[in-house]
Design a protein around this ligand. Structure first.
Ligand SMILES: [Ca+2]
Ligand SMILES: [Ca+2]
Ligand SMILES: [Ca+2]
Length: 466
């Protein structure tokens, strides 16, 4: 009897705990004819699929443990992203037995499930505490983007302790994030300490805020890419020599009217990178500004202008002036989204895998960097299910990627058409066609074979979230 009672109580306890699931699935196919803009074309063509499942374990009132499992994630790349697995991944083991031969075999490879988030969330009436590996967000996603968009490939998950306090429309949040710890000993860290103050009135759409964040790394954990730029294009200095300490300051400003709204985010870096170049200390001095201007009306036609700037590293100076947007922040289908050309025009190699991936075999791992861009979007709402968006993106370089300031700054322009079809509630089929007319910045006498020829690209993708 006692055992039975115990069993019943245990069953009730299990029932008292709840698990809420959400997640998403997508399949994408993409092709870009001539990403090199030169000869050879280095044509891209791939499919990619991805599923994520996020169980939220509700332990008791206001206490949750959240995890996220990525099924068929980017197992082969070095990015820890939400890219997904290439469709047709195959077996890659060089010493594989013949039973694993892709040409002779009959079964496909299998993939690991990865956990990209795991955190504890305590919600109180006017505050919430987050401890663990959790998404981190700010503003319109210029610097940090959680990657909740249907086709977002990137995330800014980080190991953090953050405490968010809500007072009316004010948000106050101190936080600490640890990006690296060498283990049980004390000492070697890469850590952020920061504070967010935000006024966010959901009724009026008025938003103003600032986030201050200092990222520090000790000498032993300072892994800023350094070395010979010919063998390692990501390198931004000659050698690591000390601690890194960089202050990042991001502002957000927004306002909504009946027929118009805007959002503006700006970010500034300042501090010491702890590396040397030509015997001198390298300081980080980059900045970025992103703005979105939305013109709304009752008709089927709506307009948005996306315009902004990201500083670029000047090769003639010791300091590092480069600034890269988050890679989820896109203004065009190809430009600033996929690598283009035969050399690093945008000076963004520091955030990319330049060892295994090149212009012809990389995913959409490019970022807005070293450029001023102006991208009006014309949106036409056909009916409840069908949207047609046209983007005309024009851009110009901030600094020449070559010493001595040689070369043109014209990045050219891109015209994109996007047709979105909402098949069912929560299920979207999106088709993109892009035409890129690259500017003379992609062609240089310094780099033999570089050209700025026309290219086009196509993507069709289906995505759902639940
Ligand atoms: Ca430690
Ligand atoms: Ca520089
Ligand atoms: Ca992107």
């Amino acid at each position: 009897m006692k055992i039975l009672l115990f069993l019943i109580t245990a069953a009730q306890l299990v029932l008292a705990n709840q698990i809420d699931w959400n997640g998403g699935y997508r399949f994408e196919y993409l092709s870009i004819d001539r990403p090199s803009l030169a000869t050879p074309y280095q044509r891209k063509e791939y499919g990619m699929h991805f599923l994520y499942l996020s169980p939220r374990l509700i332990v008791s009132d206001g206490i949750q443990v959240v995890t996220r499992f990525d099924v068929m994630g980017d197992g082969g790349s070095s990015y820890n992203s939400y890219l997904g697995t290439v469709w047709g991944q195959g077996n890659t083991d060089a010493a594989r037995p013949s039973s694993k031969s892709n040409t002779m075999g009959r079964n496909s490879t299998s993939s690991m499930i990865r956990a990209s988030q795991m955190y504890f969330n305590l919600s109180q009436e006017n505050a919430s505490l987050i401890v663990g590996r959790a998404p981190f967000d700010f503003g319109i996603g210029m610097s940090y983007s959680v990657g909740n968009g249907l086709f977002d490939h990137w995330n800014s998950n980080r190991d953090q302790v953050s405490y968010k306090m809500l007072v009316d429309n004010m948000v106050l949040m101190p936080f600490i994030s640890r990006h690296y710890d060498d283990g049980y000993a004390q000492g070697s860290l890469v850590q952020d300490e920061g504070f967010l103050v935000l006024y966010d009135n959901k009724q009026t759409g008025n938003q103003i805020g600032v986030m201050l964040e200092r990222r520090k790394a000790s000498l032993a954990s300072n892994d800023i890419p350094v070395g010979n730029t010919t063998t390692n294009p990501s390198a931004i200095g000659d050698a690591v020599q000390g601690d890194m300490s960089v202050q990042k300051t991001n502002f957000i400003l927004g306002k909504d009217w009946d027929s118009f709204s805007f959002r503006l985010e700006a970010g500034f870096n300042s501090g010491d990178l702890g590396i040397v170049k030509n015997g001198q200390n390298v300081k980080s001095t980059g900045y970025g500004i992103a703005s979105e201007w939305n013109f709304k009306n009752a008709s089927s036609w709506n307009y948005t202008i996306k315009t902004g700037v990201a500083s670029g590293d000047n090769p003639d100076t010791t300091d590092y002036e480069g600034f890269q947007f988050d890679r989820n922040y896109d203004v065009a289908f190809m430009m600033f989204n996929h690598r283009l050309g035969t050399y690093d025009v945008l000076r963004s190699a520091v955030i990319r895998d330049t060892v295994n991936l090149n212009v012809g075999n990389s995913p959409d791992d490019e970022a807005i960097s070293n450029a001023f861009y102006f991208a009006p979007v014309v949106k036409y709402r056909w009916n409840d299910k069908l949207d047609l968006n046209q983007t005309f993106a024009w851009a110009q370089l901030m600094v020449s990627p070559f010493a001595g300031g040689k070369g043109s700054k014209e990045l050219g322009f891109e015209y994109d058409i996007e047709l979105n079809y909402k098949i069912r509630e929560k299920v979207m089929w999106s088709n993109q066609l892009g035409f890129l007319f690259p500017g003379a910045a992609f062609k240089s006498e310094t780099v033999p074979g570089s050209e700025n020829n026309f290219t086009f690209g196509f993507a069709t993708k289906i995505g759902l979230q639940f």
